[in-house]
Write a protein that binds this ligand. Sequence first.
Ligand SMILES: CC(C)(COP(=O)(O)OP(=O)(O)OC[C@H]1O[C@@H](n2cnc3c(N)ncnc32)[C@H](O)[C@@H]1OP(=O)(O)O)[C@@H](O)C(=O)NCCC(=O)NCCS
Length: 266
Amino acid sequence: MRVRSLGLHTDLVLHAWRGRVRDREDHLVVTHPDVPEFRGGNLLVFERPPEAADFERWCELFDRSVGVPPAIGFRAFGWDGLDGEVGDTAAFIAAGFELERTVVLAAPRLLPPERPNRDVRLAAVTDDAGWEAAVDVQASESARPGYRSLVAGVMRANRRVAEAGHGVWWGAFVGDVMVATMGVFRVGDLARTQAIVTRAGWRGRGIASTLLHHAAESARAAWGTGLLVLEAEADVPALNLYQRVGLALIEWRAGLGQRAWTPRRL
Ligand SMILES: CC(C)(COP(=O)(O)OP(=O)(O)OC[C@H]1O[C@@H](n2cnc3c(N)ncnc32)[C@H](O)[C@@H]1OP(=O)(O)O)[C@@H](O)C(=O)NCCC(=O)NCCS
């Protein structure tokens, strides 16, 4: 399947490194067998948004090629596109799926933040303690049961990919304490960010913008990549920060995800 979206393309390359991507002509099967609870990493990706008649087929394909409970807890579907087209989702919504909208931003170079934070030390994560701290910072975002183990599973995969030479995972430190973290990976002549988080209590001090700018410039210097690509949920406040450092909206995307498993025939 040929993919037009830069957000989707860079996502798929990361998925293939961390897990598995199988091409089935009009759709792709993305799986992370080691992290079955990774909703964004166990999904089918189609060439176009759903039509009314697709519900049965898409669910049946998912169950056959990705899995069913207890192996997989929920179905998820994505599709290629640049304008956020959603198609006909009525049957999916009726079955408990939620529409998930994201935006893709990109820039050849980032602007330095207006108020950089000069107190934090920025360093690549290289050892067990650093990777553990990066999991802690991300996991502090949610008290939901199972969230830490989900983050830890995805980060084990990110560590493998970074250590294979495809990217760098960064931390921002105050003393020895990691207060913010993010990843950046090289995808051909593009750089793609992952998971930008500042620990609550340290926000609004320019830490994420300083870290993002540094990670982006380091990627450009090390790899000669031409464009930095970032994907975010469409309604997060972080979009302000991203646009302030010069990232521009280039694509709107949509997908469907189930919160809990429901039978195909209602
Ligand atoms: C989004 C997130 C990473 C931002 O981290 P942060 O360290 O607070 O980011 P910054 O301090 O660089 O910027 C945040 C805001 O503080 C402002 N700011 C920066 N330095 C400041 C300073 N010295 N004094 C006051 N405000 C400041 C920035 O201008 C920005 O304002 P804006 O949103 O109006 O543009 C953080 O809120 C977070 O982890 N959120 C939860 C996870 C998340 O949503 N991640 C993004 C996923 S796409």
